[in-house]
Every structure is written in structure tokens, then in C-alpha cells.
Design a protein around this ligand. Structure first.
Ligand SMILES: *[C@@H]1O[C@H](CO)[C@@H](O)[C@H](O)[C@H]1NC(C)=O
Ligand SMILES: *[C@@H]1O[C@H](CO)[C@@H](O)[C@H](O)[C@H]1NC(C)=O
Ligand SMILES: *[C@@H]1O[C@H](CO)[C@@H](O)[C@H](O)[C@H]1NC(C)=O
Ligand SMILES: *[C@@H]1O[C@H](CO)[C@@H](O)[C@H](O)[C@H]1NC(C)=O
Ligand SMILES: *[C@@H]1O[C@H](CO)[C@@H](O)[C@H](O)[C@H]1NC(C)=O
Ligand SMILES: *[C@@H]1O[C@H](CO)[C@@H](O)[C@H](O)[C@H]1NC(C)=O
Ligand SMILES: *[C@@H]1O[C@H](CO)[C@@H](O)[C@H](O)[C@H]1NC(C)=O
Ligand SMILES: *[C@@H]1O[C@H](CO)[C@@H](O)[C@H](O)[C@H]1NC(C)=O
Length: 237
């Protein structure tokens, strides 16, 4: 009798020690590295100066995950930055894109952002939604946008962008909404856009695009789902 309960107690002890050990290892390995990464996200947000400009030193007392416009995952990683219609009036490049490897949503429309779209935007490899609609951005569309293969929504309309539409956009196979309207883009529409078989809306109006509509776009128009193409002011050659 005594030996049986000894075995049971011994087994229970062994199991609980094992559980404690397992708990410890999972805890220490994940929490220390993720709090470091989370700290670097906070640093990158602080360095823009944008949130301090709105709320002063109040933000130093709060976790960045509770700042207005910031969304975090359960692990405390920044997954969403949505400050649309906040007047930032600063350069987009102040945001250090390499600090947000988990970012899925970046919504910066109507923010009076200026400067160009940095090449480093291609490091936001989890990005699903990008809107820079209605700012004062100039320069060209970086080819690194082709790196953002999770993108479903890309809106850079109503800026002052120049140069060609990069053919790398043809790599964005999940893209459903592409808005490039009201800029100063030149050159022809790359045929690679025609490979975007998930596209639902494509707005290219009011640029300085030339050439003809690529025949590849014809295959998109034949898709059974509703599909919109807006090409007003295309200068046909
Ligand atoms: C769990 O970790 C703590 C602190 O890191 C340590 O003091 C403790 O001995 C560990 N427990 C086990 C069962 O390893
Ligand atoms: C493990 O994580 C939990 C919850 O995050 C925490 O309460 C606990 O103190 C942590 N344990 C160790 C040993 O770090
Ligand atoms: C941007 O962030 C990365 C990673 O967090 C860091 O290594 C780099 O020094 C930062 N760059 C600037 C200009 O702060
Ligand atoms: C962006 O706007 C700010 C504030 O108006 C100004 O100080 C800065 O020089 C501008 N930068 C560029 C690249 O135009
Ligand atoms: C493209 O993504 C890869 C892997 O995610 C990364 O290593 C690389 O730096 C990115 N390129 C650019 C231009 O951002
Ligand atoms: C396009 O360029 C022309 C000539 O440089 C300029 O007058 C116009 O304001 C620009 N349009 C946009 C939307 O930047
Ligand atoms: C992206 O597009 C370019 C040009 O269209 C192509 O050369 C490259 O292989 C593509 N990269 C990926 C990862 O699909
Ligand atoms: C699209 O539909 C038109 C008219 O029905 C047809 O002539 C054309 O071959 C189709 N194109 C593709 C790529 O299926």
C-alpha cells in the first residue's frame, strides 16, 4: 500500500518538475527576445517624433501599444499603424521601416507626408494593406514594393510621384486593389500588371502614362468577378 502511494507521489512530482521545466524554457526564450524587439519598435515610433508632437510627454508613461493609431499582436508586436487624417507634416522616411517586421497595416492617408517613398519599405514583408493616399510624396515608386507579396491593397494615389510603374508590381500576386491615380507617372503600363489575377480594381487615371493598354489586361477583364479599370487621360501613342 505504502509503496504504491510512494510511486504515485513520485510520478506526480516528476510530472510537475517536467511541466515547470517546460514552462520555464518556453518563457525565457520567447519573452526576452520579443521584449527586445518590442523595445526597438517603440524606439522607432518615438524617433519619428509624430506621437510626441500630438500628445507631448504623456506618451512616455504609456506602452506604445496603447498609443492612438498603434495596434499590437498578443505578443506585443506592432501589427498596425493607422494614423490616417492626423496632420503629420513631415517626411515619410522618418519611420524606420526595418523596425516593424510584423506590420500588416500601414494607413497614412491625408497626413501631409512629404519626401519620397523609401526603398526600405520593401522590408515590411508581412504588409497586407498600404495606403499613402493624398499626401505630398514625390520621387519614384521603389521597385522594392515588389517584395511585399502579402499586399492586397496598395494605394499611393493623389501624390506627386514621377517615373515609371515598376514591373516588380507584377510580383504582388495577392493584390486586389491598386490605386496609382493622380500622380505624374510616366512611361507605359507594364504588361506584368496583367499577371495580377486577383485584381479587382485598378485605377491609373490622371497620370502621364503613354502607350497602349497591355493585352495581358484583357485576360483580367475576362475574370468572372466584378472588375474595374479606370484609365482616364491615358495618352495613346
Ligand atoms: C525557472 O526559472 C527561474 C528563473 O529563470 C529559476 O530560478 C528556476 O530555478 C527555474 N525552474 C526550473 C524548474 O528550472
Ligand atoms: C512566464 O510568463 C508568465 C506570463 O507571461 C509570467 O507570469 C511568469 O513570471 C514567467 N515565468 C518566468 C520564469 O519568467
Ligand atoms: C532602424 O531599425 C533597425 C532595426 O531595428 C536598426 O538596426 C537601425 O539602426 C535603425 N536605423 C535608424 C536610422 O535608426
Ligand atoms: C517636409 O515638410 C516639413 C514641414 O513642412 C519641412 O520642414 C521639410 O523640409 C519637408 N521635406 C521635404 C523633403 O520636402
Ligand atoms: C525583401 O525581402 C527579403 C526577405 O523578406 C529581405 O531580406 C530584403 O531585404 C527585402 N528587400 C528589400 C529591398 O526590402
Ligand atoms: C505634374 O507635373 C506638372 C509639371 O511639372 C506640374 O505642374 C503638376 O502640378 C504635377 N502634378 C502633380 C499631381 O504632381
Ligand atoms: C519580381 O519581379 C521581377 C521583375 O518583374 C523579377 O525579375 C523577379 O524575379 C521577381 N521576384 C520575385 C521574388 O518574384
Ligand atoms: C476574353 O473574352 C473575349 C470576348 O469574349 C475573347 O475574345 C478573349 O479571347 C478572351 N480572352 C481571354 C484571355 O480569355
Amino acid at each position: 500500500m505504502a509503496s504504491v502511494s510512494c510511486i504515485i507521489i513520485y510520478t506526480l512530482l516528476l510530472v510537475s518538475v517536467c511541466l515547470a521545466l517546460a514552462k520555464n524554457t518556453t518563457n525565457s526564450s520567447s519573452s526576452s527576445s520579443s521584449s527586445l524587439e518590442s523595445e526597438s519598435e517603440r524606439e522607432a515610433l518615438v524617433r519619428t517624433g509624430w506621437w510626441t508632437a500630438w500628445w507631448g510627454n504623456q506618451i512616455s508613461k504609456e506602452k506604445h501599444c496603447s498609443w492612438s493609431g498603434i495596434g499590437c499582436s498578443e505578443e506585443g508586436r506592432v501589427v498596425s499603424i493607422d494614423v490616417r487624417r492626423y496632420t503629420i507634416e513631415d517626411e515619410l522616411g522618418k519611420l524606420n521601416f526595418s523596425s516593424f517586421p510584423y506590420l500588416q497595416t500601414l494607413h497614412l492617408s491625408y497626413c501631409k507626408l512629404n519626401g519620397s517613398i523609401p526603398y526600405q519599405i520593401g522590408m515590411l514583408s508581412k504588409l497586407n494593406y498600404l495606403s499613402l493616399h493624398r499626401n505630398d510624396l514625390c520621387g519614384t515608386l521603389p521597385s522594392s514594393l515588389g517584395n511585399l507579396t502579402y499586399l492586397e491593397h496598395l494605394d499611393v494615389s493623389w501624390n506627386h510621384l514621377t517615373g515609371f510603374i515598376p514591373s516588380e508590381l507584377g510580383n504582388l500576386t495577392n493584390l486586389a486593389y491598386l490605386y496609382l491615380s493622380e500622380n505624374n507617372l510616366t512611361g507605359s503600363i507594364p504588361s506584368d500588371i496583367g499577371t495580377l489575377s486577383n485584381l479587382i480594381e485598378l485605377y491609373l487615371d490622371n497620370n502621364r502614362l503613354t502607350g497602349t493598354i497591355p493585352s495581358a489586361l484583357g485576360s483580367l477583364i475576362n475574370l468572372s468577378k466584378p472588375w474595374t479599370l479606370v484609365l482616364i487621360n491615358l495618352v495613346a501613342l
